[in-house]
Design a protein around this ligand. Sequence first.
Ligand code: AMP
Ligand code: AMP
Length: 341
Amino acid sequence: MVRGDMKYKIATIGSHSALQILKGAKDEGFETIAICIKGKEKIYESFKVADEIISISGYSYFKDIQNKLLNRNAIIIPHASFIAYIGHEGVEKLKVPYYGNKKILKWESDRSLERRWLKQANLKLPKIFSNPQDIDRPVIVKFHGADGGAGYFLAKNHKDFKKKIKLHHKKRYVIQEYILGVHMYAHYFYSPITHELEIMGFDKRYESNVDSLGRISARDQMALPKEQVDPSYLIVGNMPIVVRESYLPKYMEMGQSVIEVSKKIASPGLFGPFCLETIITPEGEIICFEISARIVAGTNPYVNGSPYTWLKYNEPMSTGRRIARDIKQAIQQGKLKDVLG
Ligand code: AMP
Ligand code: AMP
């Protein structure tokens, strides 16, 4: 992508949704850079999504290649692995141009701030038990930081909680009501250039071992060692979903209201891709248990576009490509700073 003599490149770390991001950037005419841990370059070469690969021996070396990225006029696209490896404080200090609003990271990474944001947006949230003694229903105990749900545990009452928390010495956690229902991860895109909110798609996660427990009967589960049947939530992949059409207005309203509140709490607000992680109960209530304020890997099944982006664009439009188009339009309109955080 060229404006005057400025040629911008799109860069991201090789993991999570990098294939989609880099492919989308190429489709929009950008040159691309994949930053890979030594030994993990092959995939990005094989799929031909990266014009250049910069190898580093560990993520702590990312800061050392910043000048290289600046010299190449690179714009970094963040994703969950990027935030997990660089840390949100590290991200705030980056000198390389960054797509997105860095101020929002604090709101999504701190569970209490995140809850305040979603509450203000009038979303229905799982009940929180600040005092373990108040636990009066099944709960899920989550630790702070994006470790992909590994290590979470369920507790059926206070006694069960006390026993299980002993294994997690000194970790910060939150006790959330366990919501029974089906999971629906809603992917959105909000452009600060068009000021429009778009629904990009939906997915559900494939998690080990929780998604395998239903494959054996309760009787056989009882016969297994306890550690094997205690649910765990290690994410291993994502599956596409098309949501019941009559739920779409509600999902649109939820996304819009999250955007409106974000403008007040972290001006200029959340923009680019984001995801509301929801559970739909048997009563049809949509409960939101988390927000991801950036691209989620649940958009990966839609490298060639989702049913929703097909309706809107009539051309293959992945979330990765939508990001690149936002940047392209911003460059063309002289508004690049509006999409950089
Ligand atoms: P990885 O680069 O795959 O080791 O992942 C780093 C972080 O990104 C982990 O904390 C994961 O939770 C998150 N992550 C990676 N892949 C996915 C996925 N498919 N869905 C949700 N989160 C993911
Ligand atoms: P999270 O790290 O918040 O994305 O959660 C990881 C996984 O834990 C989710 O994909 C769900 O399977 C499960 N989970 C999280 N919160 C709840 C909840 N309140 N009720 C039921 N399941 C949940």
